[in-house]
Ligand binder design. Structure first.
Ligand code: B16
Ligand code: MG
Length: 221
């Protein structure tokens, strides 16, 4: 029987949809650099670090720049992105996220955030959910991007729960691989075709309860 003592949540795509703001800011940068960047291409940036996202964007635009130029562009994009997330409100919390986290707390299951974003704290404060988390591990606290398990392992360590007792909730393939690499369970949030490596996939956190989660893992060895 597998016990679940902690849940670790990705932010973008699981708790909120900030991908649309990342897209607006990256697209603005692409237009400034003289090429187009589509919503479909933006899929490649989900769950990926800022520096790697820029690499992908420059690859799409067929541009090769030096490190200093890249840092300037990443900074420029981030300023636009921060302007957008500063307008966020609790209305933007994805369906079921708040109720599920609340219900986990009532079951004494510990909760951590495991996000690649360096802006995670700003977002959580704007949506008034920073107080839900027993630990917050974001892009400022890790040196290796997903699929490296560092972000989730640090989350488990901060909660003082061993990885086999943790369940990660992720919307990106790299995040699911990170959970697997950290020897944790993983629930995919989003569409099943991208997330087949998860234990199971839900469309949103509205589709799960702590009871259903505990039952699912209790039946596994
Ligand atoms: P920032 P997550 C990720 O958040 C986003 O999915 C990804 O698109 C973004 O590039 C990354 O954070 C870094 O974000 O530029 O704010 O540091 O899904 O790991 O919560
Ligand atoms: Mg994500």
């Amino acid at each position: 029987m597998t016990k679940v003592l902690a849940c670790i949540f990705d932010l973008d795509g699981v708790i909120v949809d900030t991908a649309k703001y990342h897209f607006q800011a990256w697209q603005r940068l692409a237009h400034e650099l003289g090429f187009d960047f589509t919503e479909k291409q933006n899929e490649r940036l989900k769950g990926v670090s800022r520096a790697r996202s820029l690499e992908i964007l420059l690859e799409i635009g067929n541009l090769s720049l030096n490190q200093e130029q890249k840092e300037q562009l990443a900074h420029r994009k981030n300023n636009w992105y921060v302007e957008l997330i500063n307008q966020m409100t609790p209305d933007e919390i994805l369906p079921g996220a708040k109720a599920f986290l609340q219900a986990l707390k009532e079951e004494d299951i510990k909760i951590a955030l495991g996000s690649a974003s360096k802006n995670a704290m700003t977002i959580l404060q704007h949506i008034a959910m920073d107080h839900f988390f027993d630990a917050i591990i974001d892009g400022n606290k890790v040196s290796k991007a997903k699929p490296d398990p560092e972000v989730f392992l640090k989350g488990a360590e901060a909660l003082q729960v061993a990885p086999p007792y943790c369940v990660v909730f992720e919307d990106a393939q790299a995040g699911i691989e990170a959970a697997r690499n950290g020897h944790m369970h993983c629930v995919g949030v989003g569409s099943p075709e991208h997330l087949h490596a998860a234990d199971f996939v839900i469309g949103s956190l509205q589709e799960i309860t702590p009871t259903a989660l505990l039952q699912f893992y209790a039946q596994r060895n």
